[in-house]
Write a protein that binds this ligand. Structure first.
Ligand code: ASP
Length: 426
């Protein structure tokens, strides 16, 4: 009997999860144990398994990738291309969001600012406190995080940026020491990488169960009722994300990368599903790497450089969301935004999206920072909390999809053959 391909298994799990989450809600259970707590337990185990892979896999992946670049000038060239790609696509995403939020004006219902109709949804003091003392200068803390005083503590805290920078420098010098030592280290890290990829495959076998639990938990706790009053805001974000994903990025794939975008969607399907169910670019990273290398055929040399960096600093979906959310809040409060203020929002969204961590709900704090920078009421964040989770699932999918397009485009620009040449199997 042929087994159903993994991405179909995941998709079916997701559909079943929506039905199950709806049917059980938060309270139904058997023998005093709620289904919700079972979803939470299994989803938590699956997330732990994914997170457990991150530090060793990313370290090994970056070190082997940079070692493959060798001692030529490839390092600087790859770095420059990566940064240009990240900057350009995030800006395009924000401008798409800006266009739709101005066109649809979800914050105004029948000519009345929606804020007065909705009231504040929840206690927001936690998020506002978190953002206190932070500003647009928050961007600079990104540089601080690049140089953690203790690399082991950074690893223990899951502080990826520090690990990435350390691994890049480590690998740079690893290939510049005498050959007899360099080859020992290179072999060691290559073996490490192979082992970690095998463990990733093992964890992926459990993906349908993990995805089922994670999605059922979200549906059971939020249901669909929370979305209704905010439908127009959610639809604006969704539409803008969709345009970025099925128009802008595929155009780049076609004309800059000269590859078939549909094949890339097929190759990335499992990673996109994973991002959707976990709402975490960081937790999805092992799967993204696996899909980009094995299914899209990008070399480890490029993917290990572009993807870990991307999962930490390139967030197209998040940048777009921040911009739409802030302008929606201003509209809902009946505040007119001048062109200058909109420009400020675009720039701060671009800068803060770099600093947002790849974990669920991370952009909420960034939104408060932008609200403060633009002189808008920080409490406005309460308006969007009810739909944040579902939109988080969508924007995280876009975040990792953009990273993967970057890997493909950069690989092609480096002259790699065999990228997306055949329909991905499995
Ligand atoms: N959850 C997003 C991610 O991991 C970050 C955010 O926008 O909250 O990519």
């Amino acid at each position: 009997m042929t087994r159903l391909q993994l991405h179909w298994q995941i998709l079916i799990a997701m559909i079943l999860a929506v039905i199950a989450g709806f049917a059980t809600g938060m309270d139904a259970g058997i023998a005093g144990v709620t289904f919700y707590s079972i979803y939470e337990f299994i989803g938590g185990l699956f997330l732990n398994a994914l997170k457990m892979l991150i530090v060793p896999l990313i370290t090994a992946s970056i070190i082997t990738g940079v070692a493959a670049i060798g001692t030529g000038d490839g390092f600087g060239r790859l770095g420059t291309k990566t940064v240009i790609y990240y900057f350009a696509t995030s800006l395009l995403a924000i401008l798409t969001g800006l266009f739709f939020v101005n066109l649809i004006t979800p914050g105004v219902v029948d000519g009345v600012p929606a804020g007065s109709l909705m009231g504040l949804e929840a206690d927001v003091s936690n998020i506002v406190n978190n953002a206190q003392g932070r500003g647009a200068s928050d961007f600079f803390t990104v540089f601080e995080r690049m140089l953690p005083p203790n690399i082991f503590k950074a690893a223990a805290d899951g502080q990826m940026l520090g690990i990435i920078v350390f691994s890049l420098i480590f690998a740079y010098y690893m290939v510049r020491i005498p050959e007899k030592h360099a080859s020992v280290m290179t072999n060691f890290w290559q073996a490490m990488m192979q082992i970690m990829l095998k463990i990733t495959e093992l964890v992926m076998k459990f993906a349908p169960i993990g995805v089922f639990a994670l999605v059922a938990k979200v549906v059971a706790s939020t249901g669909f009722s929370a979305i209704v009053p905010l439908a127009s805001f959610a639809a604006t974000v969704f539409l803008a994300l969709l345009v970025h994903t099925i128009i802008t990025l595929p155009l780049l794939l076609t004309f800059v990368g000269r590859v078939h975008p549909l094949r890339h969607f097929q190759a990335m399907f499992p990673a996109m599903m994973m991002a959707f169910s976990t709402s975490s670019s960081a937790a999805t990273l092992p799967v993204t790497l696996d899909c980009v290398e094995k299914r899209a055929g990008v070399s480890n040399r490029v993917s290990s450089f572009v993807l870990p960096l991307g999962a930490t600093i390139n967030m197209d979906g998040t940048a777009l969301y921040e911009c739409v959310a802030v302008i929606f809040i201003a509209q809902a409060y009946g505040i007119d935004l001048s062109l200058g203020l909109q420009f400020l929002i675009v720039t701060t969204a671009l800068l803060t999206s770099v600093g947002v961590a790849g974990v669920p709900a991370a952009s909420l704090v960034a939104i408060v920072v932008i609200l403060a920078a633009a002189g808008l009421p920080a409490e406005g964040i309460g308006l969007i909390l009810a739909v944040d989770r579902i939109l988080d699932m969508c924007r995280t999918t876009v975040n990792i999809f953009s990273d993967s397009c970057g890997a493909v485009i950069i690989a092609r620009s480096e002259g790699e053959q065999g990228v997306l040449e055949k329909v991905p199997a499995g």
